[in-house]
Design a protein around this ligand. Structure first.
Ligand code: B12
Ligand code: SF4
Ligand code: SF4
Length: 407
């Protein structure tokens, strides 16, 4: 078994014990499909795209997404490996070439690391018609390298969270992973080396730890990769290969210190799934532990208006449009000596709340969509008002209502 060795340890998580490979059947989607999180969420997952044809083309399961690229591509066979192998004398030069091509094909950010088998699923949850693989078959992915790719989503569309507008942007990010990784893997096979594309719908691994090790960013309190420029609005995909490549180093962009003081994602998460407390050890890794079950079940609050919650992504203080002041703030945190960072971070977080809001959200109209809060009928006995939004409803209720903009 190959063990990923990086020259520098990432700061945002710590390996403290043996890690076992995760069986994909234990991960949330198959558990929901088996009804382990209850019948309501199981049937929600089947019908979540509703009758909206535009939402259905982004697919991802359910009864109504036959025309999504996801459904078409997930069973497409990979091509053969060219028997005339091109010799690689300079892995660093080849790594530059691969990154350039990956960006040309559509990735926004690229990094390379060793493929640590700890992050490859042990068994698959779904079969694959093209390869003849069945659910429960062991996964064999003996490649040496993982080329990690990030695909950025639009800052403003995500601010409409949660709505069909943020859904469309989220879905498009998933779909973008498909042609780029597929073509990058094809290019490597044309050079005579095995390569497999790990894109939305076909993942045989967890891309987050690999992307952290490849220097794309750090692991945040909300459980996702944070990139210096794009925050967490990055979809991740991977191409695994044996093509000789130089690997990248994990980066320190200050997430470790910022997450200690910020907690904006924990404050804004409507299902309270993100911890306010410290890190915990799970499967040999010390990291912040997100409650994936409550996060998943929050989707029942969507009332047919959206299907993917992106509130923690939009709230994250690293999530900003491209601007010089954002670059400057990130640069300053990065280059401040670690013990002095809190002196800079605390005022920056105050400014962030002041200018960008404690719960970033924007009213938006796009195509026929309008993410204005829907009227909520108050359930207080005797009250006949059609409340315009949750703020009004909160005047009546003592317990804070769970919900984003459209709940
Ligand atoms: C199932 C799933 C979900 C489930 C469960 C969420 C979850 N946290 O697992 C639901 C539907 C609720 C969900 C929600 C979201 N998801 Co999701 N989800 C997945 C999926 C398909 C599998 C994740 C999994 O196996 N989780 C089960 C266990 C492992 O979770 P966990 O113990 O809490 O560990 C999490 C992290 O700590 C990390 N992790 C696990 N082990 C280790 C080890 C080390 C060393 C490190 C550093 C990290 C790490 O990975 C886990 C996923 O976040 C992945 C794609 C993939 N193949 O990995 C995308 C993925 C994680 N989701 C993603 C996103 C963006 C989201 C949402 C914002 C939007 C959405 N889809 O609704 C929210 C955010 C919720 C959150 N705060 O985590 C992105 C994250 C991108 C990024 N920048 O990091 C991924 C990678 C998909 C992609 N194409 O990019 N998701
Ligand atoms: S996706 Fe939504 S519910 Fe899940 S952790 Fe993020 S903010 Fe909370
Ligand atoms: S919102 Fe703040 S605490 Fe949460 S992941 Fe982003 S930086 Fe860390």
């Amino acid at each position: 078994m190959l063990t990923g060795k990086t020259q520098r340890n990432p700061r945002s998580y710590r390996i403290v014990g043996p890690q076992r490979q995760i069986d994909e059947r234990e991960t949330p989607h198959p558990r929901v499909d088996r009804g382990e999180l209850g019948e309501r969420i199981r049937s929600w997952r089947k019908t979540r795209f509703g009758e909206d044809p535009f939402r259905r083309i982004y697919g991802g399961g359910g009864d109504k997404s036959w025309n999504s690229l996801y459904h078409i591509m997930k069973d497409v066979p990979e091509g053969g490996v060219n028997p005339n192998r091109i010799p690689v004398s300079d892995p660093a030069k080849m790594a530059c070439n691969i990154k350039e091509i990956a960006r040309f094909l559509g990735a926004d950010v690229v990094g390379i690391t060793y493929l640590d088998q700890a992050y490859v699923y042990s068994h698959r949850a779904e079969g694959n018609a093209a390869t003849g693989k069945k659910p429960g078959d062991p996964i064999h992915l003996p490649h040496r390298y993982a080329i990690c790719l990030g695909f950025a989503s639009d800052y403003y569309k995500f601010l409409s969270n949660n709505s069909r507008i943020s859904d469309a942007e989220y879905g498009l990010g998933n779909i973008h992973t498909i042609p780029t990784t597929f073509m990058l893997a094809s290019y490597i096979r044309e050079m005579g080396y095995p390569a497999r594309a790990q894109y939305y719908g076909t993942y045989e691994l967890n891309p987050i730890p690999l992307a952290v090790n490849a220097g794309l960013g750090e692991l945040g309190r909300h459980g996702m990769l944070i990139h210096e420029e794009y925050g967490s609005r990055l979809h991740l995909a991977v191409v695994t290969t044996d093509l000789p490549l130089a690997v990248d180093e994990p980066v320190d962009i200050g997430v470790e210190e910022v997450c200690k003081y910020c907690m904006k994602c924990a404050r804004t998460c409507p299902s309270h799934s993100i911890p306010f407390g410290g890190k915990e050890v799970y499967n040999g890794v010390e990291k912040y532990l997100v409650n994936v079950d409550t996060c998943y079940k929050y989707r029942l609050a969507s009332r047919g208006q959206w299907s993917n919650c992106v509130i923690c992504v939009s709230s994250c203080c690293y999530n900003k449009p491209k601007a010089w002041w954002h670059t400057l703030a990130c640069w300053a945190i990065k280059w401040t000596p670690i013990p002095l960072r809190p002196l800079l971070i605390v005022p920056l977080l105050w400014i962030d709340d002041l200018f960008w809001g404690k719960r970033p959200w924007k009213h938006m109209k796009w195509l026929d969509y309008d993410n204005a809060p829907m009227p909520v009928t108050c359930n207080i006995p005797g009250c006949q008002a059609k409340h315009a939004n949750l703020q009004h409803k909160r005047l009546h209720v003592t317990k804070p209502a769970v919900g984003g903009a459209v709940s």
